[in-house]
Design a protein around this ligand. Structure first.
Ligand SMILES: Cc1cc2nc3c(=O)[nH]c(=O)nc-3n(C[C@H](O)[C@H](O)[C@H](O)COP(=O)(O)O)c2cc1C
Length: 361
């Protein structure tokens, strides 16, 4: 059997294979009104299609734990119990199609209140816009300055992640992923480029990591011990690699330590992405990110999923066979090809029962 199509037991959940759908904002939820933040028929079809296409796990896009934590006004959200039934519908459909269902819980911090990506992720204006929040009142280039969170407001954010996890559980999700990557709120605390605090949430690596560890603890208190928790991080923010800046940033050594702390607190797998704190150049070689994931896995001893520029079945299989990752998340390749996983199974010579949704039981 190939590595890619070997089931992956995680606590009480067995993921049928290691080809997973990476979280991708669709910017397609209602921005206002009573259905704000709720998945629609589009989301139901979009996610169920990838499950029928053979992925082992579908990770729903960044889903805001508070309204002001949305990246754009059209993001999904789980900040209210009213939003649970619409998520339950998607979860049931994806599970009926044979995949494990996860949701990425997110707060966009100083990169919130923007237009959709196809409109340039620019600052929203007018009635749709809101005041963003962050560890420090430092603007992301091109966006308005955020409000600096008080200690009391940090505690509310931590609680919001736990409350959203409780709603995901009620909606029937198998996995929650905490989004601490891509320069959004939790990543802003981690990186000294965005966190200039002088209290217990800034300064040392321990202090900058504090909110992430508090979120993990809070989520784990409501999330059952037989269900997995993932953590998406940016293994580097690429700031220290930028020849034009001597600013301090977040790097792989920091990620190795954070992965160990997170694992001790009940995170089962690190989803290893990179970048997003500042718009610095990123070397887009094929393995620019997967090589960092492999090093993180080898040096932390924590299970890791690789993501970024994975497009070919043999490439994905080799990543797993070489010990570079425990699973792969695919994003753009799955937008292009709904059945990437089924086609990969065929090209890797996998048994027919793993290729088709029929008979998965
Ligand atoms: C349309 C789109 C939306 C995305 N939205 C999210 C998101 O909600 N959360 C997240 O962590 N990453 C998001 N990403 C990043 C992807 O999950 C993935 O890490 C990245 O695209 C690299 O993988 P790829 O080379 O397979 O596309 C998004 C990417 C795309 C293309």
């Amino acid at each position: 059997m190939s590595h890619l199509f070997t089931p992956y037991p995680l606590r009480g959940v067995t993921v049928p294979n290691r080809v997973w759908m990476s979280p991708m904002c669709m910017y397609s939820a209602p921005a206002t009104g009573e259905h704000v933040g709720r998945p629609t028929d589009f989301h139901l079809a979009h996610y169920t299609a990838r499950a029928l296409g053979g992925v082992g796990l579908v990770m729903l896009e960044a889903t805001a734990v508070r309204p002001e934590g949305r990246i754009s006004a059209w993001d999904l959200g789980l900040w209210s119990d009213d939003q649970i039934p619409a998520f339950a519908r998607v979860a049931a459909s994806v599970k009926a199609a044979g995949a494990v269902i996860g949701v990425q819980l997110a707060h966009a911090g100083r990169k919130a209140s923007t237009t959709q990506a196809w409109n340039g992720s620019a600052a929203l204006e007018g009635d749709l816009a809101w005041q963003t929040v962050a560890p420090s009142p430092i603007a992301f280039p091109g966006l308005p300055a955020p409000h600096e969170l008080t200690i009391g407001e940090i505690a509310q954010v931590v609680q919001a992640f736990a409350d959203a996890a409780g709603r995901a559980l009620a909606a029937g999700f198998d996995v929650v992923e905490i989004h601490a990557a891509h320069g959004y709120l939790l990543n802003e605390f981690l990186s000294p480029a965005a966190n200039h605090r002088t209290d217990g949430y800034g300064g040392s690596l321990e202090n900058r990591s504090r909110i992430v560890l508090e979120v993990i603890d809070a989520v784990r208190r409501v999330w059952p011990s037989d269900k997995p928790v993932f953590l998406r991080i940016s293994t580097t923010d690429w700031i220290m690699e930028d020849p034009d800046t001597d600013a301090s940033g977040w790097g792989l050594d920091d990620s190795i330590q954070l992965a160990r702390w997170a694992h001790e607190r009940g995170v089962d797998l690190i989803d290893a992405s990179s970048g997003g704190v500042l718009p610095v150049p990123i070397p887009h070689t094929v393995d620019y990110q997967t090589a960092l994931a492999a090093r993180l896995r080898a040096e932390s001893g924590v299970p890791v999923a690789a993501v970024g520029r994975i497009t070919e079945p043999e490439q994905a299989e080799q990543l797993l066979a070489s010990g570079g990752a425990d699973a792969v998340f695919l994003a753009r390749a799955l937008l292009r090809d709904l059945s990437w996983a089924n086609n990969a199974a065929a090209s890797l010579g996998e048994p027919r029962r793993l290729i088709l949704p029929y008979g998965r039981g």
